[in-house]
Design a protein around this ligand. Structure first.
Ligand SMILES: Cc1cc2nc3c(=O)[nH]c(=O)nc-3n(C[C@H](O)[C@H](O)[C@H](O)COP(=O)(O)O)c2cc1C
Length: 260
């Protein structure tokens, strides 16, 4: 019987394809937990950078990251219920896949939807008092949704740091959101004015825009107006009434009452 028939060739090709796809699928499934663990570590590292607990270029070991995170209390927030903190005993039953879909008039960050439950990070001093709070933010730039964190001082108004860990903006233009020099100007700026409204404006320096002495002004990235506006919009949404605004107001109230 001839060995090189069309039937045999097709059979060998099909078997080879099946074996290869099985191998690829098995590898993907097997590596998934490790990828998830790496993503979690990367997120933790970014939180530490934004909070100023490690340097910009630091790549600490997993053990070091976990040690530094001992200062940080992670809490879930329910964004459908005025950003209330979910009681610790209810955290187990949180459905992390549940989404909030934003109607266009609410969607100032142009993200369309976000999870109902999100994590926030309370950085504590040694005596347990609040040092700062780190909040997740996201907003549409020119090419992509930028995902990052903003850190606020214990007064819950003054910005301690800002950073993005995921975006697809153009390197050298919108990608300059990652430039440590640009990020440095956020430190010490005021997120809210005296009336409690989010006041950050990312705008071109001079030409009618604010100056660097203005506590609400941030110099826009040159040649990247869309990305700059995206960052501003992200901050206005996430610190605003549909984001973490109500949580911050309650914490400020507790602080004024001497509880926090
Ligand atoms: C290839 C290319 C990539 C660009 N990437 C970005 C970007 O990442 N972010 C952004 O805001 N604008 C980007 N722009 C520029 C915008 O299209 C637009 O011209 C710019 O935001 C205008 O900003 P300006 O008023 O500061 O010059 C890019 C333009 C080109 C041609």
């Amino acid at each position: 019987m001839p060995r090189d028939t069309v039937g045999r060739t097709i059979t060998v090709a099909v078997v080879l394809c099946l074996v290869c796809s099985l191998l690829v699928s098995a590898t993907t499934v097997a590596l998934r937990p490790r990828q998830a663990a790496q993503r979690r570590l990367d997120k933790m590292r970014n939180i530490l950078i934004v909070a100023g607990l490690i340097g910009e270029d630091a790549h600490p070991s997993q053990a070091e990251i976990e040690r530094l995170f001992e200062r940080i209390e992670t809490r879930w927030v329910d964004l459908e219920r005025e950003a209330t903190l979910v009681p610790k005993e209810e955290e187990e039953s949180i459905d992390t896949d549940q989404m909030i879909f934003l109607p266009p008039d609410m969607d100032i960050a142009r993200i369309k939807r976000h999870p109902r439950f999100m994590e926030v990070y309370f950085v504590r001093n040694e005596d347990g008092s609040l040092d700062q709070i780190v909040l997740p933010i996201s907003g549409l730039g020119l090419w992509s949704v930028l995902h990052g964190f903003i850190a606020l001082d214990a007064d819950l108004r003054t910005i301690r740091g800002l950073g993005f860990y995921e975006h697809k903006e153009t390197p050298g233009l919108g990608g300059e959101v990652d430039n440590p020099k640009w990020r440095a100007q956020w430190r010490g700026k005021t997120a809210f004015d005296e009336t409690g409204r989010v006041c950050i404006r990312v705008e071109k320096p001079g030409g009618g825009g604010g100056s660097s002495d203005d506590p609400c002004h941030i110099d826009a990235l040159s040649g990247a107006t869309f990305t700059s506006k995206g960052v501003q919009n992200a901050i206005h949404y996430w610190l605003g009434e549909n984001g973490f605004g109500p949580l911050l107001k309650r914490l400020q109230q507790e602080r004024n009452d001497g509880k926090a």
